[in-house]
Design a protein around this ligand. Structure first.
Ligand code: F6R
Length: 238
């Protein structure tokens, strides 16, 4: 794992953007995350992406809530449309997320997993949960997991309730790429900002790969870069 230290959220976003832009010509499929962490990165990338021909580019998102239709304002589809896809000239048909309202969710997981393998992810962007989750792979996840349905922990529902009118509206389940799915991408870039992520970052870096901290499984991958700001790395640096 390579660690790039940033001063704050803004610096983290700028460093992540330059990291990606240096590799841009080799990225045909990019794996994306939602949440607060990559927002600044997407803002940084937009002016550059607006000048590119994105006709042949594909994006695959890590996850989607079960039970929220793509039109629902809190669905990750809508979040991604607002944050990025509506701002650049990428065919929406090339932007992929799991369908959280598919009539057969198990089949949907298989379809999404097959699509990801067909496209092949060149670079996957990740955030990290306070409990060490990546995607919605919560503590206890199997390291061999593929795209699957997951029951969200109460901690994760609480953390995500800031985007919903009330806590009860946060879905209880999601579809997420599994640990194996994530590890199959050629390169991984994980971003973290803020003191609330410091313990998860410490565990990811220092623990042997194990399910109590799903991000620790990233040690099984040869090309992982972590871009952390001062607050998120406070436990690493002491
Ligand atoms: C989002 C995702 C999650 C988030 C994580 C951190 O697609 O898969 O793993 O990256 O929950 O969320 P934020 O960035 O909001 O702190």
């Amino acid at each position: 794992m390579r660690i790039i230290h940033a001063t704050d959220y803004d610096d983290m976003s700028k460093r992540a953007a330059s990291y990606i832009l240096e590799r841009f010509k080799d990225i045909h499929t990019i794996g994306l995350a939602t949440g607060g962490t990559p927002k600044g990165l997407y803002e940084q990338l937009i002016p550059f992406l607006q000048k590119q021909d994105l006709t042949n580019m594909h994006t695959v998102n890590l996850d989607e809530y079960v039970g929220l239709a793509p039109e629902h304002p809190n669905s990750y589809r809508q979040v991604m449309n607002k944050l990025l896809f509506n701002e650049v000239d990428i065919p929406l048909a090339n932007t992929h997320l799991p369908n959280g309202v598919a009539s057969d969710l198990e089949e949907e997981c298989k379809r999404y997993e097959a699509l990801i393998h067909f496209l092949g992810v060149d670079l996957q962007i990740l955030g990290i949960g306070e409990n060490g989750h990546i995607g919605f792979n919560e503590p206890g996840v199997d390291k061999n997991s593929k795209t699957h349905i997951v029951k969200l922990t109460e901690e994760t529902r609480e953390a995500n309730s800031r985007y919903f009118k009330q806590r009860e509206d946060v879905p209880t389940h999601a579809i997420t790429m599994g640990i194996q799915t994530i590890l199959a991408s050629k390169e991984i870039v994980l971003l973290a900002s803020g003191e609330h992520k410091a313990q998860a970052i410490y565990d990811m870096v220092h623990l042997e790969p194990n399910p109590t901290c799903p991000a620790s499984f990233l040690k099984h991958h040869k090309n992982v870069t972590i871009i952390v700001d001062t607050k998120a790395s406070v436990k690493l640096t002491g």
